[in-house]
Design a protein around this ligand. Structure first.
Ligand SMILES: Cc1cc2nc3c(=O)[nH]c(=O)nc-3n(C[C@H](O)[C@H](O)[C@H](O)COP(=O)(O)O)c2cc1C
Length: 184
């Protein structure tokens, strides 16, 4: 039987005390080796605790997530419970034709997007010079530009503000999570 993901329960509890779709910051590494950050909405966690968000396949963050630099970090601060989670691992992009369960996750995410938020995925790539959006004839089927990014977590640094402050590290080695209490 697979070992439960030990940081998941406190993470989900913190999430439920704050808001259901937390705004988190995600960092990628540019081809020049520079850190780049942006805010995204954490849309959910797969059963095993894999966090995911959706974005545009043509965006800079997706561009960064190639096989040489798949590094992705996510920072979540939960005000209600005064907890910070720093998740690091590998970013995996699931687009059209994604294997299950990601194909279904992507379609379900699209179905929950409002029409206004669907339109940009049919327009020019993000970050280009602005042009007036043209409404496509149908918004039913997600275009190839709509992707889900999953963070395959291999390390978590957890901090709860006190007093006393508490900190722990969770590190995945093979299929096992190593947990260690740390000095804050
Ligand atoms: C509150 C908030 C929520 C956001 N949520 C998302 C999101 O879920 N997905 C996304 O792609 N961009 C989201 N954005 C926009 C990103 O922060 C960013 O500007 C955009 O994705 C382009 O980033 P990139 O050029 O680094 O790829 C959000 C911005 C804010 C302020």
């Amino acid at each position: 039987m697979p070992q439960p993901t030990p940081w998941l329960e406190p993470f989900e509890r913190a999430m439920s005390r704050d808001r259901s779709n937390p705004r988190v910051q995600v960092a990628t590494v540019s081809p020049d080796g520079l850190p780049t950050l942006r805010t995204v909405v954490l849309r959910g966690l797969l059963g095993d605790g894999t966090p995911w968000f959706h974005t545009d396949a043509r965006s800079r963050k997706v561009d960064h997530l190639d096989s040489e630099r798949p590094h992705l970090a996510m920072l979540a601060w939960f005000e209600a419970t005064q907890q910070q989670f720093r998740l690091t691992g590998r970013g995996v992009v699931h687009g059209a034709g994604a294997k299950e369960p990601w194909g279904a996750v992507r379609l379900s995410a699209w179905s929950r997007l409002s029409p206004d938020n669907r339109v940009p995925f049919f327009g020019p790539p993000p970050g280009r010079r602005y042009v007036e959006p043209v409404e496509p004839s149908s918004l039913e089927v997600p275009p190839d530009s709509f992707v889900v990014v999953a963070l395959e977590v291999d390390e978590v640094d957890w901090l709860r503000l006190g007093p006393p402050h508490q900190r722990a590290s969770f590190r995945k080695v093979g299929a096992t999570w190593l947990v260690q209490q740390l000095t804050p």
